[in-house]
Write a protein that binds this ligand. Structure first.
Ligand SMILES: [Zn+2]
Length: 402
């Protein structure tokens, strides 16, 4: 009996050692790594060996962003079939760029000439701007990355963000649904160095679907920086709130909420608004549903009116009405339908009531320091919502002088 058991054990051992059954795959991955050349490219490298010629190596990758469905993209590495292959697939950011700090999950599928297939386990890479030594500070859903200025600089920015979030919750019950990462560069110039095709006016960018803000704030411009940051943060919160395949926000509402949450309207914009009221040159609310004019004078007025419209709605109605409006737009209602259901009047009705309110309680340019206000000059796209926070005053200067 003992002998027989011994034989069985031996046979099993022999089976294990000399098993004609192939292991899962004859393909072995010797190296899988990523080389980053921020902001230009991300190279996924692969070194692989097999008994038969390796004939196919495909990279699968998934970007961490808000999506309507799970999206996995693929890239084919090019190489000559051989039993040992060293290859890579390069993501050229000039074609489809990623914001700083974007998270990418990836894995490879490799095939050989025998039809064997091997899949690597998934790995994660962050598209970090490794030209700087980043420090980070997290509070709740917000993380600030920065490299110039001390801890109190980051804390002050964080406090402004948390207060901005609290105001949105208090005003109409909005809150962050996804974490947000903020990359604070030390200047607009350094921020622009993080972009492949920077606009001269770019002072900050909100990548709404990625939950990422990239902004240039030097420690000595923190007053402006806090407002600009709250402006962009508001865009992200509101975009998370209305994210759906059905609707997009009218520009006046998107920009108006962001400006309103920054704080008081600047003296400069208040005067511009007052002037348009007295001269009868206000732009219609309907026209402000579409992207604003590139003409700086009209853009000033568009921002001022957007602020004023949101102020009118929040001051004269409940926060619930605003939340309803946003929810209805998310669900695909037209702007007229959404306004009518949430407030009882459509775009033209809003236009009339708001104009009346400006006449009965005129906008008075209260005395305050003429700080440049933070604003977006946005090019709305499916990819992101790039938004300059250079402030229109800065914008005018840079657009006019350079
Ligand atoms: Zn904006």
């Amino acid at each position: 009996m003992i002998k027989r058991i011994g034989l069985v054990v031996l046979a099993l051992l022999l089976l294990l050692v000399f098993s004609p059954v192939k292991a899962e795959s004859d393909i072995s991955v010797l190296d899988s790594s990523v080389t980053m050349d921020f902001p230009y490219s991300l190279a996924f490298n692969l070194e692989v060996e097999g008994n038969a010629d390796i004939v196919d190596a495909r990279l699968h990758y998934q970007v961490d962003r808000m999506n309507y469905a799970r999206v996995v993209s693929e890239g084919w590495a090019e190489f000559t079939p051989a039993t040992r292959v060293e290859t890579s697939w390069v993501w050229d950011m000039r074609k489809a760029s990623l914001p700083p700090g974007a998270k990418v999950t990836y894995w490879w599928t490799i095939k050989d000439a025998d039809g064997d297939e091997f899949q690597t386990s998934s790995a994660v890479v962050y598209f970090k701007d490794d030209r700087y030594q980043w420090q980070n500070l997290t509070d709740g859903e917000i993380t600030i990355f920065w490299y110039e200025g001390d801890n109190s600089f980051a804390s002050e920015l964080m406090n402004a963000c948390q207060e901005g979030l609290a105001r949105l919750t208090q005003e109409f019950g909005a809150y962050l649904e996804r974490p947000i990462n903020i990359h604070v560069y030390a200047s607009s110039q350094e921020l622009q160095g993080a972009m492949i095709f920077p606009q001269e006016w770019t002072g900050g960018v909100a990548f709404t679907e990625f939950g990422i803000i990239a902004i240039g704030i030097s420690p000595d411009s923190i007053g402006w920086g806090k407002e600009a940051l709250v402006h962009e943060l508001t865009h992200l919160v509101v975009h998370q709130l209305v994210f759906s395949p059905y609707g997009s926000l009218p520009v006046w509402l998107d920009e108006g909420l962001a400006m309103y949450n920054e704080g008081e309207l600047s003296l400069q914009l208040r005067s511009r608004l007052e002037e348009a009221v007295s001269e009868g040159t206000l732009l219609s609310v309907r026209s402000l549903c579409s992207p604003f004019s590139a003409d700086p004078e009209k853009a000033y007025l568009s921002y001022a009116e957007s602020y004023s419209l949101v102020e009118y709605l929040l001051d004269n109605y409940n926060g619930d009405n605003m939340l309803d409006l946003l929810t209805l737009i998310k669900q695909g209602s037209t702007y007229d339908e959404a306004l009518t259901e949430a407030y009882g009047f459509d775009i033209d009705g809003l236009d009339t009531r708001w104009r009346e309110s400006l006449v009965t309680s005129p906008v008075i340019a209260v005395s305050q320091s003429p700080e440049p206000f933070a604003s977006c000059h946005s090019e709305r796209s499916e990819e992101s919502h790039p938004a300059s926070i250079a402030g229109l005053s800065t914008l005018t200067v840079s657009a006019g002088v350079r």
